[in-house]
Design a protein around this ligand. Structure first.
Ligand code: ADP
Length: 489
């Protein structure tokens, strides 16, 4: 069976496409053998030497086409060359003379030219196709090597979600041999946890990508491997589309971020501990400063009182910073608790603005479109968000223009807006400013003190209240920060 297959492969020029082992021996041998066969057929079987004419032309055309397609230009040319020699031999063997000889030589030249032309064109076609195939194969090999050497795990599926490839790193991270042909979605390759819950394999990023064609970016999973190890994974997935835009495959790219997570957790622990340790002495300091303030009042020593109020302000700033640090670390560890009470939002905003009056200097904070709206939530945390947005509006407008706060209603949601006419925020930063510790570091923004925690805390607080927060802004013209909260039922 194998032998038959090998012979068929050897003879079939189409099966050999991409195989550049062109033979010279095979076309030479076959052509000479067929020429001898024709000679024997005409001389011995038919006993008429002139009967070779037609078979000699027929076989020559077939051999040139076949061998130029099987063995390229060289294969076709060698056949054409042998055929021409054979024709010349026939002319001499048949003892042509005069007009017969001239016509025989002319025919040989004409046919020979056609054979060489055919050998050239078909042989060139064959060699070009082989070149393309080879280049494609090289490209694929190069991609394979890159894929295997990448420091991230990669799984590739076909359009149905069946795994077609995986690299070495994928096996190392997952701790299993990649099951080629496995259909994703039926079960998890390795049991894992996502957002604190066992992960439903039906929602695997690979399936999501195949169904929606939208890439999935940096989702985190906790793998529970069969060897008992747990591994933090960061996973992204992307569809692979053909020129017509049809999804033909999907790729999953993942890396082991366990170590990174450990360092982050240690850092959070440290910040949490340090802020706790700072909180108590700061509270006592503030109390002592107040006592000192009261005791010094009767002496009417203006300079000392001024210095003391500066100390008090700075202590307050330090305390705000420590509180922010504590909130961030509690948010990270999921330990920030929220009360749920019925709040009249317009009153809460008015009260907050009343408290902030002193901080805005000459700038007026105007509360517009007031209306009585009730929400359910934690009044202190909402107060914190409003204070932060107004604090930023004051800070980043440098005294320019008023600050306008609005409260409106949109589809059963309260919408709070805080508008300033300050430095504004470029589009490229508008989403990122809500990330933890993100600050715009352009020259202008660098002059303002801050740590990039306020908006992150605000976003998390609003998220916990099932609301949304975003900014609309134009660089140089000012910003409006909005947040929404569902109304109380
Ligand atoms: P911080 O103000 O302490 O740096 P935030 O989280 O409150 O931190 O804000 C993050 C960043 O967003 C700021 O560093 C600033 O660049 C930008 N930003 C926030 N509010 C405004 C605003 N009203 N106008 C212009 N830029 C702002």
């Amino acid at each position: 069976m194998q032998a038959i297959k090998s012979i068929l492969y050897y003879l079939n020029p189409i099966a050999r496409l991409g195989n550049k082992n062109y033979s010279l021996f095979f076309p030479t041998f076959t052509t000479i053998a067929i020429a001898i066969a024709i000679e024997l057929y005409a001389n011995i079987l038919l006993k008429s030497p002139s009967a070779v004419g037609l078979p000699a032309i027929f076989f020559a055309v077939a051999l040139v086409i076949y061998f130029s397609f099987r063995d390229g230009i060289k294969g076709g040319t060698i056949v054409a060359f042998i055929v021409v020699i054979y024709y010349l031999y026939l002319i001499s063997e048949l003892h042509y003379k005069g007009a017969q000889l001239t016509s025989g030589v002319d025919t040989t030249i004409a046919l020979g030219s056609i054979y060489f032309f055919l050998a050239g064109v078909i042989g060139w076609l064959r060699q070009t196709i082989d070149g393309f195939i080879e280049r494609e194969a090289d490209e694929r090999k190069r991609l394979q090597i890159i894929l295997q050497q990448l420091p991230v795990g990669i799984l590739i599926t076909d359009s149905e979600g069946r795994i077609t490839q995986g690299n070495k790193q994928a096996e190392i991270i997952l701790g299993i041999k990649i099951p080629i042909g496995f259909k994703v979605g039926s079960r998890n390759l390795v049991p894992s946890i996502h957002n604190g819950k066992p992960f439903n394999p039906n929602h695997t990023p690979l399936l999501q990508v195949l169904q929606t064609t939208k890439p999935v970016v940096k989702k985190e999973f906790l793998l529970q491997r069969s060897d008992g190890k747990t591994v933090d994974l960061e996973v992204s997935a992307a569809p692979i589309q053909n020129k017509a835009g049809k999804t033909i495959a999907a790729a999953l790219i993942f890396s082991d971020i366990t170590r990174q997570k450990e360092i982050e957790a240690r850092k959070d622990d440290f910040v949490n501990m340090a802020s706790h340790e700072l909180k108590t002495p700061l509270t006592s300091m503030k109390l002592y400063i107040d006592v000192l303030h009261e005791r010094i009042k009767p002496f009417q020593d203006g300079k000392t009182i001024h210095i003391l109020s500066k100390v008090k302000n700075q202590t307050q700033n330090l305390q705000d910073l420590v509180n922010d640090l504590l909130d961030v670390s509690r948010l990270q560890t999921g330990k920030l608790s929220f009360k749920k009470e019925r709040i009249r939002l317009d009153t809460l905003i008015s009260d907050t603005l009343e408290q902030l009056k002193g901080a805005s200097g000459k700038q007026k904070i105007i509360f517009e479109k007031k209306r009585p709206l009730y929400i359910d939530g934690d009044a202190f945390r909402i107060y914190q968000v409003i204070t932060n947005l107004i604090g930023n509006a004051i800070k980043y407008s440098g005294g320019k223009g008023d600050i306008i706060v609005t409260l409106t209603l949109n589809q059963h949601r309260a919408v709070v807006g805080v508008q300033d006419y300050g430095i504004g925020i470029d589009k490229s930063h508008q989403k990122k400013i809500f990330d933890r510790l993100y600050q715009v570091t352009d020259t202008e923004e660098k002059t303002f003190p801050g740590f990039g925690m306020g908006l992150y805390i605000s976003k998390e607080i609003i998220k916990k209240h099932k609301g949304k927060i975003w900014v609309e802004s134009e660089k140089g013209k000012g910003s409006i920060f909005y947040f929404t909260l569902p109304l109380s039922k």
